[in-house]
Design a protein around this ligand. Structure first.
Ligand code: ADP
Length: 720
């Protein structure tokens, strides 16, 4: 009897399907195959092979082994681990891991080569062609250009048999990094951290290190030393550097290239299919040794991964909220364990989870003291908006406007930070009071002036801004309430007409190249005032930026979820940390209605430890992360009654386990999205509980009707 192959398909199926292995196919675990499912042939990966003896059900056969590289065993192990952790179908992370494999292969190109036969006649033009061909195979047109002759000369040589045309698939090549190239001269604090990190990486194996240092302390310089160690110790070693924003990958790519004399590969959703394919193959073959990317880079098929760096590890953008729900920091640690690689988590404001792991000794803890060189941390002051409010209809208070004027007069730059896209977060009718909302979603429509549209940021729904109220038909009655970056830009232009003002938000910056251009132009001093959402407020170094104005410091506190204070602290510490580099001292002004709030006080005093201690104490008391664990269940259906009934049944089916509490079902704060009603459960568990296993057991006890969508979110960051 032949063998049985378990094949994972890129579909939300609970497990791999069994197929018979055709005689002589000789499959291996990791092989990419075509397998029939219903009337379709699908791409899948062999996840296990076993003897078929005793199997009595007739099985369909694997149709073919694809002419594609096999997935490394550890990558497959990681995919399976991630699915189990996230309580989701293994086909979901598999689809991410095969993203590069689905991109079209490079097409063969026609190249001209010498055959060794001498041409009948050797003119000077023909000799030039033969010389050029000796320098390397290339297309006929390139050859003619290189030799400075007409295409006819090349063609004649081909006709005579001195040259021949061949189709070749271009080789996937990457510049090899030079780990021996010297980096920056490190200051004593950096040198100590770097040598500790080199030692950890040099020991090999899985170890996690928290690299903790204020903005501008040189964490990047230090982790590049760890990369140099990994690359230098083993000529096939690979390094992965993860960043939370595409805009940041651009800056780090430049620094990696400068450090190692070779461009690293760049991986995120914007990478075009041909490059995606090339990098995926290069990572798999080992030719590509350094990858800088966003969270999905974690699923690349590395052949010998030795170091994973998660830069800005506290950043909430590492949490993937749609489709396969996961936190890239947590999965990076898991991947490091599977690959037996070192993991470095870098941040100026580590997550409380990482703090706790460092405090309890599970992670190494390396600290950088102070900013590099002459640079000092900015002075942070609070602007009490109750005392010095902006003029009506404006958003910048007199103290901030004055500070902006002083900064611009010195020829320095200003960053205005507001984590809100568009022009105004709310549009309402002053005649009937109606708020403009999306038709099938519980969220306000955000006004965008550049596009003249009202946009739902949750679903992407948009409509032109109407000239009359859709409810009461009053003409010209719609008013814009509150500020977004576009509105602050308008105000800044009005106040400082001479200044060069730019906006950085995901609506104005469409791709990585544009982000890079804007960041470079800010760094070069070609912009005076940059109005930015969080996309540009992290990680960058702008030498002439000396004033950061936080337009609405209270914004992140309003949601009031578990991490609101922590997230606000991290975001504002990052944003204000952009001010003051090199020799120019910086300052930050934070506009707030709650100057006494512990977050504002901690930021002002730059007392991270006090803030963390207070926050930890609260979490510990409530058994919340990092002292306990959380999971959420989100169920949705177009039919509210059916959803209600299902959620009741689900509540009853919750396993009764010590150390686990189930809350809900409750209407989700976002009760309606794309026409579907939403309900949520929240599960809290003690640290020792295997929460994924608990959730999987619960999930297995319920059978949702086909119309109900059920999502499980381990360690939720969004509670909407
Ligand atoms: P962090 O990652 O901690 O925010 P960076 O590594 O980005 O800090 O360093 C901040 C700035 O200081 C960068 O412009 C960097 O090039 C510079 N810098 C840091 N350390 C050194 C050093 N030892 N020599 C020269 N420049 C340095």
């Amino acid at each position: 009897m032949s063998r049985i192959a378990s094949v994972l398909l890129q579909l939300p199926l609970p497990e791999a399907f069994d197929y018979a292995e055709p005689e002589g196919m000789d499959l291996k675990v990791g092989d990419q195959v075509a397998a029939p499912l219903g009337p379709n042939l699908l791409r899948g990966v062999v996840s296990a092979l076993r003897d078929g003896a005793g199997h009595n059900r007739p099985l369909k056969s694997v149709q073919a082994r694809l002419d594609e590289p096999a997935l490394p065993e550890k990558t497959l192990e990681f995919v399976l681990w991630a699915a189990r952790y996230a309580v989701d179908a293994p086909g979901m992370p598999l689809a991410i891991a095969l993203r590069g494999a689905r991109a079209p292969k490079a097409k063969p190109v026609r190249v001209v080569e010498a055959t060794g036969l001498a041409p009948a006649r050797l003119t000077p033009a023909r000799s030039k062609v033969l010389e050029a061909v000796g320098a390397g195979a290339q297309s006929g047109a390139e050859l003619a250009r290189a030799a400075g002759v007409s295409a006819g000369v090349v063609k004649a040589l081909i006709d005579e048999g001195a040259l021949a045309v061949r189709n070749v698939v271009p080789e996937v090549r990457f510049d090899p990094p030079d780990p021996a190239a010297t980096g920056a001269v490190l200051n004593p604090s950096q040198a100590a951290a770097a040598s500790a990190l080199r030692e950890i990486v040099g020991q090999g194996g899985f170890q996690v290190t928290l690299l903790d240092g204020v903005t501008g302390s040189g964490k990047t310089e230090v982790y590049l030393e760890a990369a140099a160690q990994a690359l230098g110790a083993d000529p096939t070693a690979q390094v992965l550097i993860l960043l939370p924003e595409i805009a940041l990958t651009q800056a780090v790519i430049g620094r990696v290239a400068a450090r190692f004399g070779a461009e690293p590969a760049e991986w995120h959703s914007d990478v075009a299919p041909p490059a995606r394919r090339r990098i995926w193959e290069g990572v798999l073959s080992g030719a590509c040794r350094i990858v800088v990317g966003a969270r999905s880079a974690l699923f690349l098929p590395f052949s010998n991964l030795k170091l994973i760096v998660v830069d800005e590890e506290h950043d909430a953008s590492f949490k993937q909220e749609e489709g396969f729900i996961y936190h890239a920091r947590d999965l990076a640690v898991a991947r490091g364990k599977i690959e037996d690689a070192a993991v470095v988590l870098a941040s100026a404001t580590p997550s409380l989870e990482s703090f706790r792991n460092a405090e309890t000794g599970r992670y190494h803890w390396l600290k950088l003291t102070g900013r590099h060189g002459a640079a000092r941390l900015p002075d942070i002051a609070l602007v009490d908006l109750r005392e010095t409010p902006p003029e009506p209809g404006r958003w910048l208070s007199p103290p901030l406007v004055t500070a902006m004027g002083e900064t611009l007069a010195r020829g320095e730059q200003v960053l205005l930070f507001l984590n809100r896209r568009g022009y105004a977060p709310l549009v309402l009718c002053k005649a009937c009071g109606q708020r403009m909302t999306a038709p099938d979603t519980d969220s306000w429509l955000v006004e965008h002036r550049y596009s003249g549209r009202l946009v739902c940021h949750l679903t992407g729904f948009s409509m032109p801004k109407p000239s009359a109220c859709p409810h009461c038909a009053a003409k010209d009655s719609l008013v814009s309430i509150g500020p977004g970056v576009e509105r602050v830009e308008e105000e800044a232009r009005g106040l400082f007409p001479e200044a060069r003002v730019a906006v950085f938000s995901s609506d104005t910056i469409f791709d990585a190249r544009e982000a890079k251009r804007l960041i470079e132009s800010m760094a070069a001093g070609e912009i005076d005032i940059l109005v930015a959402t969080q996309a540009a407020a992290k990680g960058h170094n702008f030498p002439k930026l000396t004033l950061v104005g936080v337009v609405d410091a209270d914004l992140g506190l309003r949601g009031g979820d578990l991490r609101a204070a922590e997230r606000t602290y991290q975001l504002l510490a990052q944003a204000t940390g952009r001010a003051g580099r090199r020799d120019r001292p910086g300052r930050a002004l934070m506009q707030t209605y709650a100057p006494d709030h512990s977050v504002m006080q901690a930021l002002k005093a730059q007392d991270r430890e006090a803030f963390v201690a207070a926050e930890m104490a609260e979490r510990e008391l409530a058994g919340l992360p990092p002292f306990g664990r959380l999971a959420a269940v989100i169920a949705s259906d177009v039919d509210p009654a059916r959803l209600e009934a299902f959620c009741r049944a689900m509540a009853e089916a919750a396993p009764n386990t010590a150390g686990v509490e189930v809350y809900g079902p409750a209407d989700a704060p976002l009760g309606l999205v794309r026409g579907r009603r939403r309900k949520r459960f929240l599960v809290r568990a003690d640290r020792g509980v295997d929460l994924s296993a608990y959730m999987a057991a619960w999930r297995a006890r319920v059978k949702p009707p086909g119309s109900v969508r059920l999502a499980i979110d381990i360690d939720p960051y969004s509670f909407l």
